[in-house]
Design a protein. Sequence first.
Length: 106
Amino acid sequence: MGIVKYNKLVRDRIPEIIRASGKQALVDKVHDERLLSFLNNKLQEELAEYDKSGDIEELADLVKVIYTILDYKGISLDRFNRIREEKNRKRGAFKGGLVLKKVIEE
């Protein structure tokens, strides 16, 4: 019998899926700052997976983690979108593909 250790945040149905495959899943439920720490780690993990593969499913996972962080922080999607739109209005978006090379001080 082999044991594989993960110690990472997983989707809610993963333990059920593991059990259905005939294996056992040992899980712990985290709250508060520990949950935020695991969410931040998951955000980095999903970003690395998207960076490596370019797969849209990984991008969807990244967005889901962001939504969960917003929920944890008590920020609605409407409020988040207002913040995002205001930032776009003030500073622009990333549609132009601009890469800042240098700033020359005079």
